[in-house]
Design a protein around this ligand. Structure first.
Ligand SMILES: *[C@@H]1O[C@H](CO)[C@@H](O)[C@H](O)[C@H]1NC(C)=O
Ligand SMILES: *[C@@H]1O[C@H](CO)[C@@H](O)[C@H](O)[C@H]1NC(C)=O
Ligand SMILES: *[C@@H]1O[C@H](CO)[C@@H](O)[C@H](O)[C@H]1NC(C)=O
Length: 595
């Protein structure tokens, strides 16, 4: 679970976003934790049973792919959800790798909770073995991108630097300076904790992770050849194994990088919620919130259309813009003058930053968050901040984490450095373009971001600010050009061949705009964009759509993409109040829409 909520393309952030408890159905026997240190890393894939019904392995790879023969090694943690049919069944579709974004999110944590739902989306005519791996530095992979090795210290630093206790960034230079300095201090700490050329932080570029994926694909193939003891094991006869992949959010940056580095190794690739590669690598990530205000306007429209059912709508309102005016005025007033409140025996500050972040977080998953957002904005406008204070920026995990013993195992028992991992990946990837990033750089970047989105620009700027003073410039890197040619025609016998990319986006996504999907499609020959007519971040996580599921399943089964520009309706739209779970309303991937 994510301790900080700064990982901006993350999915885990969403899980901590609601006013309600986390909607996180555990499916495997995750209650009995698996001891990853019981597996010795190996350069071939050696599985052990784990978590009641899954298979786990630790794959040894070079720490530095530009020096593959050096003795420095990393161990990639892998969790595989077995396929539902025998491998010699004609409907067996092979192995599918999954990345849940972040950067810094643990695919293993994600799959323990939601693996079966992922399977339900991809399994159609063909059935897949789902392989989740924690990218280097992340989760149960080692070495860990952990700057503390002490959970209490991390919590103490987090509290010291709570956003609510700092002045706004855009409105005051002091706010910017304080945040810049805090990030710079963390950069120094990371460089001290993991120093030198063998630091994990020098080797967690997205390119390294893409190369790890190729290694995983080859080792999976090797294992399959061994266990099947194929008669035709004649090497000359065999083609290179291909990647089958589903990546969401930052996972699309990873997929795009793989596709551009190893274009002839793309088997199937679905990228959902597109991060623009050049924008990301610039370190400024400006276009990523290009649709944020449009997305927020969708919320105001839904609220307005709900009439009396939406508490933010008032008598006399003539349109959605009247709702927006009230909220924008509150944001401006909080920027000038934070509000002091007392709640649950504590005093609490309400700042504009907090309100902005609450709005941002709720936009990830409108199905489950619109009702909370409407109630929170309505009560805040009326001067009652209790709902806002219960919400996303008050992290329920802080208390829980503070009671945990320091982690000392290798690999660790629990994952608490998602934020440092995110910084390690993003700041390293963007180092070539942006360098060490001084405060003038940060000031300009924040100014630009606030211009792109009035409501969320300031909170997004935390992502850029997080790279203040970052010193690691990974050697093994890929900075473009991005793209791949249209693949050769599929083999006539229907066996797994190369396919063009299937690119998915919601119509309104405040974190990865639709235009990024079209731009990506331009770069990858034969690819198609499918638009889901919904609001939220990524098609997979924000809505339920039989139409999307059918397209995705057909693609994985046949390698054929639908017409570029195809649209799909979700099974039902976000509404206020939330549609209760029941007749015709399946649980969303995050659980039910009620609670
Ligand atoms: C690493 O070692 C292998 C075999 O020992 C050799 O073929 C290869 O060229 C070496 N690679 C590098 C980059 O030194
Ligand atoms: C900040 O860095 C830029 C280059 O990125 C440089 O031109 C500028 O002089 C630096 N400013 C300060 C105050 O060091
Ligand atoms: C798909 O459509 C978009 C928008 O019209 C276009 O920019 C893109 O180049 C198309 N993709 C391909 C592979 O032709």
């Amino acid at each position: 679970m994510q301790l900080f909520m700064l990982t901006l393309w993350s999915v885990a952030t969403l899980l901590t976003a609601g006013a309600s408890a986390i909607l996180f159905p555990r499916q495997a026997d995750a209650g009995s934790p698996f001891d990853w240190s019981s597996i010795t890393p190996s350069p071939d894939l050696q599985y052990q049973d784990c978590y009641g019904g899954y298979k786990c392995a630790r794959l040894e790879v070079p720490l530095d792919w530009s020096q593959p023969n050096s003795t420095a090694r990393a161990a990639i943690a892998i969790l595989t959800i077995p396929v539902s049919v025998p491998e010699n069944d004609p409907s067996f579709g092979g192995t599918l790798l999954f990345n849940p974004g972040g950067p810094g999110n643990s695919a293993i944590e994600f799959s323990l909770a939601l693996g079966e739902q992922i399977r339900a989306v991809v399994d159609g005519e063909k059935h897949f073995e789902i392989l989740a791996f924690d990218p280097r530095g992340v989760g149960m992979s080692t070495p860990s991108a952990d700057c503390y090795h002490n959970t209490f210290n991390r919590v103490a630093d987090t509290l010291q630097n709570m956003d609510a206790a700092m002045p706004p960034v855009a409105a005051s230079d002091l706010g910017l300076q304080l945040r810049y300095s805090a990030a710079e201090a963390l950069s120094k700490l990371c460089a001290q904790t993991a120093p030198g050329p063998d630091s994990i932080f020098a080797h967690m570029s997205t390119a390294s992770v893409a190369r790890d994926m190729l290694e995983i694909v080859e080792r999976v193939d090797e294992l399959r050849q061994t266990t099947q003891k194929r008669a035709n094991s004649d090497k000359a006869d065999r083609t290179d194994p291909l990647l089958q992949f589903y990546g969401i959010s930052y996972g699309t940056m990873l997929g795009n990088t793989f596709a551009s580095m190893f274009p002839d190794r793309i088997g199937r690739m679905v990228l959902d919620g597109i991060v623009d590669a050049d924008d990301y690598l610039s370190g400024k990530v400006l276009t990523t919130i290009a649709d944020a205000e449009k997305t927020i306007d969708q919320f105001y429209k839904t609220c307005y259309d709900a009439g009396d059912s939406c508490p933010l709508r008032q008598k006399g309102d003539k349109g959605p813009s009247d709702l927006r005016k009230r909220v924008d005025a509150l944001l401006r007033s909080l920027e000038e003058e934070p509000v002091a409140t007392v709640q649950d025996g504590r005093y609490r500050l309400v700042t504009s930053f907090q309100l902005r972040d609450t709005i941002r977080l709720c936009l990830y998953d409108p199905l489950s968050q619109y009702e909370y957002l409407a109630a929170t904005l309505a009560s805040s406008v009326a001067g009652d901040y209790s709902l806002l204070l219960q919400g996303p920026t008050v992290n329920p995990f802080l208390k829980e984490q503070a009671c945990m013993a320091p982690d000392s195992g290798d690999p660790p028992a629990a994952y608490s450095w998602a934020y440092e991992a995110a910084v390690g990946v993003f700041c390293g990837d963007s180092y070539a373009s942006a360098g060490k990033r001084n405060v003038s750089w940060a000031r300009e970047a924040v100014r630009q971001q606030a211009k792109v989105s009035f409501t969320t620009g300031e909170v997004w700027s935390r992502l850029m600010l997080s790279c203040a003073g970052w010193e690691f410039d990974p050697k093994y890197a890929f900075h473009g050009p991005f793209g791949s040619p249209a693949p050769p025609r599929s083999k006539s016998d229907g066996t797994i061949g190369q396919a063009p990319l299937l690119i998915l986006s919601n119509r309104y996504d405040h974190a990865t705009p639709l235009r990024n999907a079209y731009a990506l499609s331009k770069q990858h020959g034969g690819s198609s964009v499918v638009v889901q007519e919904a609001v939220g971040h990524t098609t997979l996580l924000s809505a339920q759509s039989a139409c999307m599921a059918r397209l995705i399943q057909d693609y994985y089964a046949t390698g054929k993409v639908p017409r570029n520009g195809t649209t799909c309706k979700p099974d039902y739209a976000a509404q206020i109040p939330s549609k209760p779970c029941g007749e015709g309303v399946a649980a969303t991937i995050f659980g039910t829409t009620t609670e």
